[in-house]
Design a protein around this ligand. Sequence first.
Ligand SMILES: [Zn+2]
Length: 78
Amino acid sequence: MPTKAILRHIRVETPRTNHERPCAAHRKGRKAHFILAGDTHLVIVEDGKPIRYCPPAAAEILDVAQEDLDKLRQQLGL
Ligand SMILES: [Zn+2]
């Protein structure tokens, strides 16, 4: 049975150029920052658009995703 990959819209990138990519979690205020060259970060593609998150924000997103996966496993008795 081929296993279906369901996380195709999520990936990790480390840009090589210093183009200013906003961190989606910190767009405004004191914590606002860009993701620059060498900043390994989480990319979530929504409607074909890359939404970028710095590692601290990514940790929270992945924690929630992990809880969701755990819940699905529980529901299936796995
Ligand atoms: Zn950030």
